[in-house]
Design a protein around this ligand. Structure first.
Ligand code: ADP
Ligand code: MG
Length: 370
């Protein structure tokens, strides 16, 4: 063979080899990329659940997180699902006789009762009879009737937040004794459950995937949790819905830097669930002081703090309490918030300053009290 044609063959073989190496490299890169990011969506707690995680075991982590949320609802905290621990307690606990319950349920009730106390009863996990009478979450517009004040008062007699107690045998002990002083009082963790699901999902990831899931975003209805860092090295942005707009319209965005520790972001607003009757809007957040849908000068409250249950409970309580009392309550928990007033202006608490990007024509008022 001639010297020149042998060189040509060598060159062609060389090029083919190089191409093969490139293709193999690209395939491996793609596989790795796939492995480092995983998304799942499901339906749980009457809401959409979405999980997006990053890290080598993102897919397994996302499956575990989703499973944990479903399990928490079905087996522990749902008042609607008959087999759950809470529903069983609601049906069978005798007045004054403590029932031993799981650590998970005990802690949820304990944290919710404390928030009830600190919010002057704005958050009341025993309000179910009143909520059922309104029926705003379940009734259709045709069936809906505005309850009479007499009926509301009667239903409220069965709400007894102060008659519920959680006691523990010892500090190290797991589990708790859950007691009601009146055998009729029932518990409903609907106002805090989605946030608590975020706590449960996070704890599961911490115990099983601490070194193999590096960050993510989990959303259960209006409660969102972010932690860690995205695969591209960036942090996270969480949108705040425009109360006047469609569900996908975003009024502002809160940014969380890369490497952020667990942060939970919960929003409550009267626009989320409501029924219209004779031109009046009746929404699903009931003020225990009036037994009517809360009217406090706020249209939406977004709370940011580390604890999911607290962020969820605070957003409901702050929405009921109104701006002044809300600020005091938030500071008791070291929580931050974005409050949207009925006139469309916004209040951002000091700790979120510079981290909320407001879109559109909204008047932005800083929190003067700090
Ligand atoms: P969502 O469940 O729509 O995310 P919230 O977290 O604000 O909204 O919780 C509202 C739900 O909590 C209502 O649908 C109702 O079941 C329940 N609820 C309404 N008012 C109260 C209240 N004052 N205390 C405790 N729970 C409440
Ligand atoms: Mg809530």
């Amino acid at each position: 063979m001639e010297q020149s044609s042998r060189r040509r063959i060598l060159a062609i073989v060389g090029m083919l080899f190089a191409a093969a190496v490139l293709i193999a490299g690209a395939l491996i890169f793609q596989r790795n990329k796939k492995d480092t990011e995983a998304s799942r969506t499901a339906f749980s707690m009457g809401s959409a659940v979405s999980v997006k995680l990053y890290g080598p075991h993102a897919a397994a982590g996302a499956e575990a997180a989703e499973e944990e949320i479903r399990r928490l609802d079905e087996e522990v905290i749902s008042w609607r699902i008959e087999a759950s621990e809470l529903a069983r307690w609601n049906r069978s606990a005798k007045a004054g006789e403590g029932v031993s319950v799981s650590e998970t349920l005990g802690r949820a009730v304990e944290q919710s009762l404390e928030l009830g106390e600190r919010s002057e009863g704005a958050l009341d996990i025993t309000l179910r009879p009143v909520l059922t009478l309104w029926g705003i979450e379940d009734a259709s517009e045709e069936q809906f009737q505005v309850p009479t004040d007499a009926d509301l008062k009667h239903a409220a007699e069965r709400a007894d937040r102060k008659g519920i107690s959680v006691t523990r045998a010892g500090k190290e002990e797991q589990g708790a004794l859950l007691t009601r002083s009146d055998g009729e009082t029932v518990l409903d963790l609907g106002a805090v459950g989605k946030g608590y699901a975020l706590d449960a999902a996070y704890d599961r990831l911490q115990s099983d995937f601490a070194s193999s899931v590096s960050g993510g975003v989990i959303a259960v209805g209006g409660s969102v949790m972010v932690f860690g860092t995205r695969e591209n090295g960036e942090g996270f942005k969480v949108g705040i819905r425009d109360p006047e707009g469609l569900p996908e319209d975003v009024l502002g965005v809160i940014t969380f830097p890369a490497g952020t520790k667990k942060q939970c972001i919960s929003t409550s607003g009267g626009y989320e669930k409501y029924i219209e009757k004779d031109g009046v809007r009746y929404h699903h957040i009931i003020d225990p002081a009036t037994l009517h849908p809360a009217e406090s000068g706020l249209v939406s409250v977004t709370v940011v703090c580390e604890n999911g249950l607290i962020s969820d409970g605070l957003s409901t309580a702050c929405y009921i309490l109104g701006e002044e009392k809300a600020k005091k309550l938030l500071s008791l928990y070291g929580a931050e918030a974005v409050l949207i007033r009925t006139d469309g202006s916004i209040c951002i608490t000091a700790g979120l300053e510079g981290r909320v990007e407001v879109r559109g024509e909204i008047r932005n008022t800083k929190d003067e009290e700090g």
